[in-house]
Ligand binder design. Structure first.
Ligand SMILES: [Zn+2]
Length: 286
């Protein structure tokens, strides 16, 4: 480069870029593979195993207080059954079955990819225990790949609760996970969870480290139009009146279907959040 001033500017910019990017891309996180499992409510535990039944601890899991129980159940769908599906404890508010897509095909069911606990509109499933069986209208999901972390580690990594990150895994069959959901709680140990299909695709075993790449949330440009919060009532539903439907609005929205106008733009993250939380985005003419 001929011009000394230009050269020094280029060098400075390059230096700033490397300083800013380097620390974010060095973070490694341990990955754990979750096999198919069932979380049961107290009421459903009694149906499956008998009145006042208590789960017995087989093995403690990495997340505090969580354990694999001695108990297993059979899960069933229209095309098949899977036996010896592990029950995880302690009991939860609502019964939830987490399987891989391969499992779901064997059962003949079509569960959505969901965050744990987000069961509205998820797949029906039958659970069979030694003392009784249950048909659940909803409760079967494919777990969204996610990261558990605590506030201290979240700060170190630059994570935000409810945010998404990309994780690269360098194995004999390298793989990149996009849109991995981050969940922050003081009780969590930092770890990424994937299911067996994801693990098999990337030849990943529990303990394999993944490399974190942070997704930066798009910044709101100053002077951009203000987003209105679903202000317009229509006959029996509300219509989002803003120009830009963001992740924030989708998370805040309590209904199942978000109606938007043709001119509204939906951010990719908003679309992902709608998918993960089971909300539908419908474009209307007026
Ligand atoms: Zn998890």
């Amino acid at each position: 480069m001929e011009h000394p001033l230009l050269q020094s500017i280029v060098e400075e910019v390059l230096q700033q870029l490397s300083e800013k990017q380097a620390p974010l891309e060095q973070h490694l996180i341990p990955i754990a593979v979750s096999a198919r499992h069932v979380h049961v409510s107290e009421k459903d535990l009694a149906v499956l195993f008998g009145a006042s039944y208590q789960l017995r601890i087989k093995k403690r899991l990495s997340q505090p207080n969580q354990f694999a129980a001695e108990e297993t159940v059979t899960i069933a769908g229209p095309k098949g059954t899977i036996e010896r599906v592990r029950v995880l404890g302690p009991v939860r508010k609502q019964t939830q079955v987490e399987v891989s897509i391969t499992d779901a095909k064997k059962l003949g069911l079509d569960p959505p990819v969901r965050q744990s606990g987000h069961l509205n509109g998820s797949s029906p499933v039958t659970i069979i225990g030694p003392k009784g069986s249950l048909y659940l209208q909803e409760g079967l999901i494919i777990a969204q790949s996610h990261i558990h972390t605590n506030p201290a580690d979240a700060k170190k990594f630059g994570f935000e609760d409810g945010g998404f990150v990309t994780v690269q895994v360098d194995t004999a069959r390298p793989i990149t996970f996009e849109r991995v959901l981050v969940r922050v709680s003081p009780s969590y140990m930092t770890e990424m969870h994937i299911d067996t299909d994801e693990a098999n695709t990337g030849l990943i075993q529990t303990g394999q480290p993944g490399r974190i790449i942070i997704h930066r949330q798009p910044k709101v440009i100053q002077g951009s139009p203000k987003i209105t919060d679903f202000p317009e009532e229509r006959s029996n539903h509300q219509v989002f009146g803003g120009k830009l439907l963001t992740d924030h609005e989708v998370q805040k929205y309590v209904g199942e279907t978000i109606y938007i106008k043709k001119m509204s733009i939906v951010t990719p993250l908003a679309r992902d959040t709608a998918r993960v939380t089971g909300k539908k985005i419908v474009i209307i003419d007026a």
